[in-house]
Design a binder for this molecule. Structure first.
Ligand SMILES: C[S@@+](CC[C@H](N)C(=O)[O-])C[C@H]1O[C@@H](n2cnc3c(N)ncnc32)[C@H](O)[C@@H]1O
Length: 243
């Protein structure tokens, strides 16, 4: 089996340990670089993904790999749920999420805790919806992560997954490859404490199953009604499925 793509090539630590360390290192500049590198389009992609849940009106949502909480904050604005629970393996990212929760006075609605998406500490069938933005690509065991998200969903509950994908059409593919390979790592190196994080980003996207392949994986673990929606020429994709 080929070696998984990890942030620190010379490290012997597991992918999960390396990913947690990397996000701890970059947590302070994560939000700024996200918006800067995507020219703010990441905000629009998040909104479009959350709107997939408008008709479902979920009351209790689990936001997996919640990071600094931006996907969950978008859910709160658009869906007005009773409660959102966020889990993440990076204490640094969660510390920023907690600062934002306090600043926005959302303590009663949004709670975050340290937790592994591949071993969720929740009973079966608890959540009306599960969301995850830019998280699944970082999982050590993708199938396990997807299966556990399915397990904690209520019957008929919906999962919404937002993740980078690979554009296929000329010249978007060429421009995207250039931007991701050269511009992203250089800007990342300049502003973030961890240069590896922004070389890991394009490498992990390149190695990650996207499009039909990802939908097939969702079906394999048991999701039904799987759908995929490419955004901005396929730079990103929204995947949905139900239990
Ligand atoms: C690119 S950030 C995305 C954060 C947030 N969802 C957003 O939209 O900005 C990926 C997050 O996934 C988390 N993560 C990676 N693997 C995880 C796992 N197995 N369990 C929980 N969180 C994980 C990382 O710590 C990181 O905070």
């Amino acid at each position: 089996m080929s070696k998984p793509i990890t942030p620190y090539r010379d490290s012997e630590a597991s992918k999960k340990e390396q990913v947690a360390k990397m996000f701890n290192n970059i947590s302070g500049t994560y939000d700024f670089l996200n918006h800067f590198l995507s020219l703010g389009i990441d905000i629009i992609w998040r909104k479009m993904a959350i709107r997939e849940l408008l008709e479902d009106k979920p009351r209790h949502i689990l936001d997996v790999a919640t990071g600094t909480g931006d996907f969950a904050f978008e859910s709160i604005k658009i869906l007005k749920p009773e409660k959102i629970t966020g889990v993440d393996i990076s204490e640094g990212m969660l510390a920023i999420a907690n600062e934002k929760i306090l600043k926005r006075n959302l303590q009663g609605i949004f709670e975050v805790s340290l937790g592994d998406s591949e071993k969720l500490l929740f009973d079966d069938s608890q959540f009306d919806a599960v969301t995850v933005a830019y998280g699944v690509r970082n999982f050590e065991d993708l199938e396990k992560g997807l299966s556990d998200m399915l397990r904690v969903l209520k019957p008929s509950g919906k999962v919404v997954i937002l993740e980078f994908s690979k554009p296929k059409v000329f010249p978007v593919k060429q421009a995207y490859d250039f931007y991701f390979k050269y511009i992203t790592p250089s800007i990342g190196k300049l502003f973030s404490k961890d240069a590896s994080a922004y070389s890991y980003l394009p490498e992990s996207v390149a190695a990650f199953p996207d499009g039909k392949e990802f939908s097939e994986l969702m079906k394999k673990v048991g999701f039904q009604n799987t759908k995929r929606r490419p955004l901005t020429f396929g730079i990103c994709s929204i995947y949905t499925g139900t239990k």
